[in-house]
Ligand binder design. Structure first.
Ligand SMILES: [Zn+2]
Length: 532
């Protein structure tokens, strides 16, 4: 018989709790009466210690700080011990991931691995793991396939160590021996430090003006995690665990890159055209898309409350300092605050100036394409204003309407009969799916409907590997050697033999592009032309 109320209460372990997503999540989780305390794994750095101290001051014993590194299994063991849930939101993201790829790989891949192993070792009362992955796993999209879903191919952008390390990190979770897990691919998140984080380097120029984006906000992402735990504790969650999901905030958060700048700058009476030039930004090799399936999480957990417009209005209210900038000439802001960033080593225009050919080709297609971009907005076709890349007319509002996805043929094929219920999927479906990826399923049988038991596969290049049908059919993974090797991007080659990958890759790559891109051991960017 339970005599102590505390016995019913649970511990939630969180990694990355001092980051932008964490700062919105920790307070919301602590609103739950069932949560006795939150354990945070925190890096022993000045910034993280400062955030941890704020939590201690506000929440006292309800927050336990464990200083350590997620890539260290002993630190992970300390934080997951006695927890009922573990939320892994530790991530090294751009721009840090661009300047220090080794930190991204350490945290996002080796960190996920160490955390998973620490949980796997717990036999009695193993915690449930919620792993935060990213939209960067999908790579680049444009108006030709603006909509996407979890089963779409994973094509992390060239030289993006963040995207690639997150692809590998989430696969570790999906293929782990942990009983109860879930992977949530978080989209671009609007947060209170967004201006500060972006107006200090070249990252903002990686965003193509025409990229379709579905944002989330910091508060809504935090609310989602709170609601997952609450509803799970209340026994109200069906069919959530052992799944992969896209986290975006729906219709009110679907805009393009151009509109993202437009709305952000509007709080200081600026605009994209007043502050920026059409030839400053990359035209491809980014990430983000409109999610076909972000309603899945919404229907389960009801967390989508905010819109992009509402977010910026709130920022204006919270930070009266932006009102001061309203009197300043836009040309002056552009000249003083934005233009200098073009010379940052992470800026595409600087890659062009430095003749960093691999990065220029990745971002623009070629040096000529980058140099020939128009300098005037009147000459630049904008998706959000109804133009395709070649100047053709498009109905942007109709394309953006989820009801028209099938009318426009935006839904990708995944290589098997998706009308079949999961329980009915059998080895023939696996063979079809493998063929659509240019390979074959080497296993001759499977337990019907069991997508979590690894099968044997072979890719078009003859690499043999074991992977779960779940990771391949439902989550877009494929050959670890061709598609998921850290520091190597060989998708020009992959797309030639895999119709699955080709259906996206050729939207923004020419069929006669034959490049292999890679980082050497010191993270210098290389590329070379390949034969085929
Ligand atoms: Zn392969």
């Amino acid at each position: 018989m339970r005599t102590d109320n505390k016995m019913d209460k649970i511990i939630v372990a969180i990694t990355g709790g001092t980051g932008n997503m964490g700062q919105a999540t920790v307070p919301q989780i602590l609103e739950l009466d069932q949560v006795e305390k939150v354990k945070l794994l925190v890096l022993n750095s000045t910034k993280d210690k400062r955030e941890a101290a704020k939590y201690k001051k506000k929440y006292g014993d309800r927050v336990e700080i464990i200083y350590g590194n997620i890539a260290n299994i002993y630190d992970c063991k300390k934080v997951v011990k006695d927890a009922a849930y573990v939320i892994n939101m530790a991530a090294v993201i751009p721009p840090t991931a661009d300047y220090y790829p080794e930190k991204a790989i350490e945290c996002n891949y080796y960190g996920a691995k160490a955390l998973v192993h620490a949980i796997e070792e717990i036999r009695h009362k193993q915690p449930k793991l919620i792993h935060i992955s990213t939209v960067a796993t999908y790579g680049n999209r444009d108006y030709q396939h603006p909509w996407g879903e979890c089963a779409d191919p994973l094509l992390p952008s060239v030289y993006d160590s963040y995207g690639m390390s997150k692809v590998r990190g989430e696969l570790v979770v999906m293929e782990s021996k942990i009983d109860v897990w879930s992977v949530i691919r978080q989209t671009g998140m609007l947060h209170k430090n967004l201006f500060k984080d972006n107006l200090n380097g070249g990252l903002m120029f990686h965003t193509p003006y025409n990229v379709p984006m579905e944002w989330s906000t910091q508060n809504d992402s935090g609310l989602l995690l709170k609601n997952i735990i609450k509803r799970d504790l209340d026994g109200e969650v069906d069919n959530f665990w052992r799944g992969v999901y896209n986290l975006g905030c729906g219709d009110g958060c679907r805009i393009t890159g151009y509109d993202t700048f437009e709305q952000g700058f509007s709080i200081i009476s600026g605009s994209t055209e007043k502050f920026m030039k059409p030839n400053w930004n990359a035209t491809r090799n980014f990430h983000c898309m409109f999610f076909l399936d972000s309603d899945v999480l919404e229907n389960m957990f009801h967390f989508q409350r905010e819109t992009v417009k509402g977010f910026w209005q709130q920022v204006t209210k919270d930070h009266p300092i932006f009102a001061l900038a309203k009197g300043v000439q836009p040309a002056l802001i552009s000249e003083l605050a934005i233009k200098p960033l073009l010379k940052d080593s992470n800026s595409p225009r600087q890659w062009l100036a430095d003749n960093d050919e691999g990065r220029v080709i990745a971002a623009f297609g070629s040096k000529e394409a980058a140099e020939n971009l128009p300098e005037k907005w009147a000459d630049f076709p904008l998706f959000c204003k109804g133009k395709g890349d070649k100047g053709e007319d498009l109905d942007y509002e109709a394309i953006k309407d989820i009801k028209n996805v099938d009318k426009y043929g935006f839904r990708l094929k995944h290589g098997y009969d998706e009308t079949k219920p999961t329980e009915e999927l059998d080895i023939e479906d696996m063979q079809q799916a493998a063929e659509f990826r240019g390979g074959q399923c080497l296993s001759s049988s499977m337990e019907k409907g069991n997508l979590y038991k690894k099968l044997k596969w072979e890719c078009a290049d003859g690499h043999k590997f074991k992977m779960t049908p779940f990771a391949i059919l439902k989550a877009g993974h494929w050959c670890p050697e061709c598609c998921e090797t850290q520091g190597v991007w060989n998708f020009d080659h992959v797309a030639k033999k895999s119709p699955f990958h080709a259906q996206i890759w050729y939207d923004t790559h020419a069929k006669d592009e034959n490049y292999l891109y890679w980082y050497d051991d010191d993270f210098n960017a290389h590329y070379k032309k390949t034969e085929d």
